[in-house]
Design a protein around this ligand. Structure first.
Ligand code: NAP
Ligand code: MG
Length: 405
């Protein structure tokens, strides 16, 4: 069989530990036999980051900017213990943080759904994708705990030194707490563009929610910026595709989400997204089935799994023990990236391969062949058998070969 051709390179970012092992298995079994894979390879594994003093991470992010699409393996974010374990000269920053800062992107997380694992919310039938604005708010707030009586004020001094705003926040008659939050129009705008672009890219409705009735300046600013960008830049395209942009209050959104059947993107402010993404992913079943896409405001894409490097399994793997780590989210990162590359380059064979690969994965799970983490989640009436990672991948390959024949 002739291999499927690519034109523009896909930026490939390799990673660490168990996911690095799985990365190679996926390439060997599911990609290289079928696709004339054209990638620009960056090794973001911790040893290479150390060797290049993290330059490789920056180079990978710039390549993502240049070519438009990347696929990333999970990577270790070093902490004190990792600095010792890998004998690092520095505690390098999170690669995801570095890439996100360079692309100025928003992360979209969506679950992979299968028939035999029912979401905790019965009526959810389609994925709910959460977009979190990962900038500012409480995560960059200045906090203070006054221990005595006294007055707290909000003051703004412009760049010429003129005090243009001063208002009492509270006249404390006893100890209390204070918090100063901020956000920036530029960041909110980038967030909005990424959300509208991703909704168009995936042809899904976009919901956005804040608490603008209470927060009449802060949250209102988010609402107005989204509305303005929608009207000016995306309304026509949304109407052409038959998708909608829908703004509502956060508490109304929560109620509607629970009653809905899914199938849309829910854009959230930073804190709401932090909380809601954990709730939604848990209700859908498993972190091992959660995919993640970083989308920049100018339409660059980085696909990855939402989970980490699965360290506990890796240590077992190193001891020669059998591991049943779930490769689904990493495979879907590849299929997502290949499908996007196919779309941008107009490659119908590659697009068809990407969707057949996903179908082969879902067929394998629907046939009851699963990794260990999923077997315990299967609903009554379905049967499932746990296999190790390589057997699971080979089962997918057998089904993929049939589809491609
Ligand atoms: P993790 O790698 O996501 O794993 C936590 C636990 O979740 C695992 O021990 C495993 O549970 C289960 N799990 C996660 N993915 C799984 C999969 N594919 N198949 C089966 N089970 C899975 O999180 P972590 O242990 O907190 O972090 C490990 C390393 O990953 C850290 O160094 C962290 O910096 C890094 N990390 C990277 C990213 C990223 O690159 N995007 C994201 C998060 C964390 P059991 O052990 O109970 O089976
Ligand atoms: Mg969280």
């Amino acid at each position: 069989m002739e291999k499927i051709k690519m034109t523009t390179p896909l930026v490939e970012m390799d990673g660490d530990e168990m996911t690095r092992i799985i990365w190679q298995m996926i390439k060997d079994e599911l990609l290289l036999p079928f696709v004339d894979l054209k990638t620009e390879y960056y090794d973001l594994g911790l040893p290479e980051r150390e060797k290049t003093k993290d330059k490789v991470t920056f180079d990978a992010a710039y390549a993502n900017q240049k070519y438009g699409v990347s696929v990333k393996c999970a990577t270790i974010t070093p902490n004190k213990q990792r600095v010792e374990e890998y004998n690092l000269s520095e505690m390098y920053k999170s690669p995801n943080g570095t890439i996100r800062a360079i692309l100025d992107g928003t992360v979209f997380r969506a679950p992979i759904i299968i028939d035999s694992i029912k979401p905790a919310v019965r009526n959810w039938k389609k994925p709910i994708t959460i977009a979190r604005h990962a900038y500012g708010d409480v995560y960059k707030a200045t906090e203070y705990r006054p221990e005595t009586e006294g007055k707290a004020e909000l003051v703004f001094t412009d760049k010429n030194g003129n005090e243009s705003f001063r208002q009492t926040i509270y006249d404390f008659e006893c100890p209390g707490v204070l918090q100063g939050q901020y956000n920036k129009d530029t960041s909110i705008r980038s967030f909005a563009h990424s959300c509208f672009k991703y909704a168009i890219s995936t042809k899904q409705d976009l919901w956005f929610s804040t608490k603008d009735t209470i927060s009449k300046q802060y949250d209102q600013t988010f609402k107005l910026i989204f509305q303005e960008i929608y009207e000016n830049d995306y309304k026509a395209e949304f109407e052409r595709l038959g998708i909608t942009y829908f703004y509502t209050l956060i508490d109304d959104a929560v109620a509607r989400v629970i009653r809905s059947e899914g199938g849309y993107i829910w854009a959230c402010k930073n804190y709401d997204g932090d909380v809601m993404s954990d709730m939604v992913s848990t209700a859908f079943g498993s972190l091992a089935m959660m995919t993640s896409v970083l989308v920049s405001p100018d339409g660059k894409y980085e696909y990855e799994a939402a989970h980490g490097t699965v360290t506990r399994h890796y240590y077992r793997y190193l001891k020669g023990e059998d591991t049943s780590t779930n490769p689904m989210a990493t495979i879907f990162a590849w299929s997502g990236a290949l499908a996007k590359r196919a779309e941008l380059d107009g490659l119908s064979d590659l697009a068809s391969f990407a969707s057949k690969l996903e179908e082969a994965c879902l067929d394998t799970l629907n046939d009851g062949i699963m990794t260990k983490d999923l077997v315990g989640l299967v609903s009554e009436g379905f049967s499932a058998k746990a296999v190790n990672t390589i057997t699971f991948i080979k089962e997918i390959r057998a089904r993929l070969e049939k589809k491609l024949a």
